[in-house]
Ligand binder design. Sequence first.
Ligand SMILES: C[S@@+](CC[C@H](N)C(=O)[O-])C[C@H]1O[C@@H](n2cnc3c(N)ncnc32)[C@H](O)[C@@H]1O
Length: 311
Amino acid sequence: MKDIILYGAGKRGKYYANVLYEHGIEIAGFCDSYKVGNIMLNTGGGKKPIFDLKEIDGGKFNIIIAIADPDEFEKVSRKIAEYKINIITLEQGVFQGKSSIEANREYIAEYHIDKMNFYFDLAEEDKSMDVFWCENSPFKKLFQQLDLTRVVELACGRGRHVQKYIMHAQNIILVDILEKNIDYCKKRFKDENKIQYYVNNGFDLSQLHTDSCTALFTYDAMVHFEMLDIFQYLKETKRVLAEGGKALFHHSNNTKNYKITFSTGSQGRNYMSKQLFAYLANRAGLTVIEQHEIDWGEDKKLDCITLVGNF
Ligand SMILES: C[S@@+](CC[C@H](N)C(=O)[O-])C[C@H]1O[C@@H](n2cnc3c(N)ncnc32)[C@H](O)[C@@H]1O
């Protein structure tokens, strides 16, 4: 395995160095378009040199670009390519030896174990909940079209949405890749007898029977997922939905650069678009009923919600 150099010796570069160090990987050093000398890391192996890109041997090193600005990122990638040095993502650096899809999936899941506590607290506040559940919300309008006789909530997190629909549902199946989140939900809803729990593998619903559910939805999670995992989930949705069932997906509409991943996309939005999602749903055998591009914070049309049916 080649050693890693981070291109970008700023805040992001130091953060990446620490993430890699937490996974037992010590970087060889940095490159930077503006800085020279050494960088002192609080964790991540102490003092690290800033190399001149011209001196880097592509046979020995991979480079991870740690630059937030997308234009600067592209400029630097072209420069690195001219020197025939391989560029990898932070996810590939952390989970070396795995395919990029597996590495990205694992990175997203692992990030939610303890780096998201602030998110889960904030997410329970009225302002965050209103995005999905206030009267004029486009989410609410589409959600009302779901038949909640047997509904799957995919990537349920700590179950904040359950309180908004449990009174209308007969059976609920909460699915998440993280055991920690499912355990949290089990405690939170210990007095409810209509909920089943399922820790899945991050891309299928193999424990659910074919034609067994009337609805499926997922909020604020699929925006991060890999497109190829989304296709797996769409095929699984087609399989588990009974005829006439519907599913509602909140997904990314971030097409800025096909190379983005969870760690580099704006607000963690992975590469996906309204049209690509419709294509994938169609190829999975689902009918696209309605799609709405939506703003996420300051980012115009960063996300999209898509309602599909199994007809
Ligand atoms: C940002 S949280 C949102 C949780 C919840 N949907 C909400 O709105 O509060 C994203 C959730 O997706 C889960 N997750 C991440 N990757 C997943 C995958 N490939 N399959 C299923 N769940 C996943 C995480 O464990 C986390 O619970």
